[in-house]
Design a protein around this ligand. Structure first.
Ligand code: 9MR
Length: 358
C-alpha cells in the first residue's frame, strides 16, 4: 500500500515537472525577480491587477513616484497615486522598486529657480534635493527595496569637452548647469543612503549597451565608488529593438557592469519592432504599423537573447522589469508591439519564448 502511494506521488511529481511553469515569476524564481512598471489602471482594473499578481514579483511605478508627480510645488506633496501603488504591493506581497528620486525630466522644476526665476546656488539646490529625497524615501521605506537614485545623467552622442578642455560625458541638464560637475549625483546617493541605509541604490540609464555610453557609465560609477559614494547597482533600462543591441553587446555591457557593482537590474525592458531605441520617443520609423511574421520572429529572437544573457549573469542580476504591462499600456504606443502581453492583456507567443526557456 505504502509502495503504491509512493509510486503515485512520484507520478504526480513527474507530471508536475513536465508542466511548463505557470507564470513568469515562477519560471525565473531561482534566478531573479520578474518585474513590471504599472500605471493606475493596471492596479485598479480587476483583470489587469490579477495579471500583475499572477506574473510578477516586483513592481515599479511608471510615473507616479517621479519628482514632478509627488512634489509639484515646494510645499505641496501629492501622494495619492504613489500611495495606491505602494498599498497594492503591501497587500499582495510584491516588492516595489522606487523610480526615480532624481531625473532631469519630470523633475520638480521649481527646485532649480529662485523667486526671480534665476538659477539657485548649488547649496540651495542640494538642500532642496536632500529634503525631497529624505521625504520620499522615508515614506516608502517599509516597501521600497531599492531606488533609482539618479536617472540618465550621461549624454548620448559624440564626446564633448568642457570649458577646461576635459572630456565631459554628463548630460547638459539644469543640475549640471548649476553644479558644473558630477557633485549633484554624488550628493543624491549620499542623501538616499542617509534616509534608508537598507535600500539598494541604483544609477539607471538607457542605451547602456552602446559601447561608448557603457564606457562613460563605467568610468563615472567606478570613480564615484572609489570615492565612497554609496552606489550599489546599475540599472540597465533595456529599451531595445528587434535589430539591436546584439547579444554580444548586451553580454559585454553586463560583464563590465558586473565588474563594478554587485547588483544589476534590467529596469525598463521593451523591444520595439522598428529601429528606434533608447529612452525617448523618436517617431522616425513607423515600421511597427505593419506587423509581419518576420518582425515577430525577430522579436522572439531578441527577447530570447536578452534573457540568455540575464540568465548567464543571474549571480549579479536580481530583477528584470518590463516597461509596462501590455502593448496597450506601452509608452511607445501599441503599434510597436514591444511587450509580452497584447492589447487585450493576452500572452503573445513571445511570452512563451521568455517563460518556457530550455
Ligand atoms: O513611461 C513613461 C512615460 O509615460 C512618460 O511620459 C515619460 C516621460 O518622459 O517617461 C516614461 O518613462 C521613462 C522612464 O521614467 C525613464 N526612462 C525612459 C522611460 C521612457 O521614456
Amino acid at each position: 500500500m505504502r509502495k503504491l502511494l509512493l509510486l503515485a506521488l512520484a507520478a504526480v511529481a513527474l507530471t508536475a515537472s513536465a508542466q511548463p511553469p505557470s507564470s513568469l515569476k515562477d519560471a525565473y524564481k531561482d534566478l531573479f525577480m520578474m518585474g513590471v512598471a504599472v500605471n493606475q489602471r493596471n492596479i485598479t482594473d480587476s483583470a489587469q491587477s490579477a495579471l500583475v499578481v499572477r506574473e510578477f514579483s516586483s513592481m515599479t511605478a511608471e510615473n507616479d513616484m517621479k519628482p514632478a508627480s509627488v512634489h509639484p510645488r515646494p510645499d505641496t506633496w501629492t501622494w495619492e497615486r504613489a500611495d495606491r501603488i505602494a498599498d497594492f504591493c503591501r497587500h499582495h506581497g510584491i516588492k516595489l522598486r522606487g523610480h526615480t528620486l532624481m531625473w532631469h525630466n519630470q523633475m520638480c522644476d521649481w527646485m532649480f529657480y529662485d523667486a526671480d526665476h534665476r538659477f539657485v546656488s548649488k547649496d540651495t539646490l542640494f538642500q532642496r534635493m536632500r529634503q525631497h529625497i529624505h521625504t520620499v524615501v522615508n515614506r516608502y521605506k517599509d516597501i521600497v527595496y531599492c531606488w533609482d537614485v539618479f536617472n540618465e545623467c550621461i549624454a548620448d552622442g559624440p564626446r564633448r569637452l568642457d570649458a577646461d578642455g576635459h572630456d565631459q560625458p554628463l548630460r547638459e541638464s539644469k543640475f549640471y548647469q548649476i553644479c558644473h560637475s558630477d557633485e549633484f549625483i554624488r550628493k543624491a546617493f549620499e542623501y538616499a543612503r542617509e534616509a534608508d541605509p537598507d535600500a539598494l541604490l541604483f544609477y539607471n540609464d538607457y542605451n547602456e549597451c552602446d559601447p561608448v555610453k557603457c564606457d562613460r557609465i563605467c568610468t563615472m560609477i567606478r570613480s564615484m565608488k572609489a570615492d565612497g559614494v554609496p552606489i550599489d547597482g546599475i540599472g540597465m533600462q533595456g529599451h531595445y529593438n528587434i535589430y539591436g543591441p546584439s547579444e554580444a553587446d548586451i553580454e559585454n555591457a553586463v560583464s563590465r557592469y558586473a565588474d563594478i557593482v554587485d547588483h544589476i537590474h534590467m529596469t525598463e525592458l521593451d523591444i520595439r519592432v522598428n529601429r528606434e531605441m533608447g529612452g525617448q520617443l523618436q517617431h522616425s520609423d513607423n515600421a511597427g504599423a505593419t506587423l509581419t511574421d518576420t518582425l515577430l520572429r525577430r522579436q522572439q529572437a531578441q527577447y530570447a537573447a536578452v534573457f540568455r544573457v540575464m540568465r548567464r549573469h543571474a549571480d549579479k542580476v536580481d530583477c528584470v522589469t518590463f516597461w509596462n504591462l501590455s502593448d496597450r499600456d506601452s509608452w511607445l504606443g501599441p503599434d510597436n508591439y514591444p511587450l509580452l502581453f497584447d492589447r487585450n492583456y493576452q500572452p503573445k507567443p513571445v511570452y512563451h519564448t521568455v517563460r518556457d526557456f530550455e
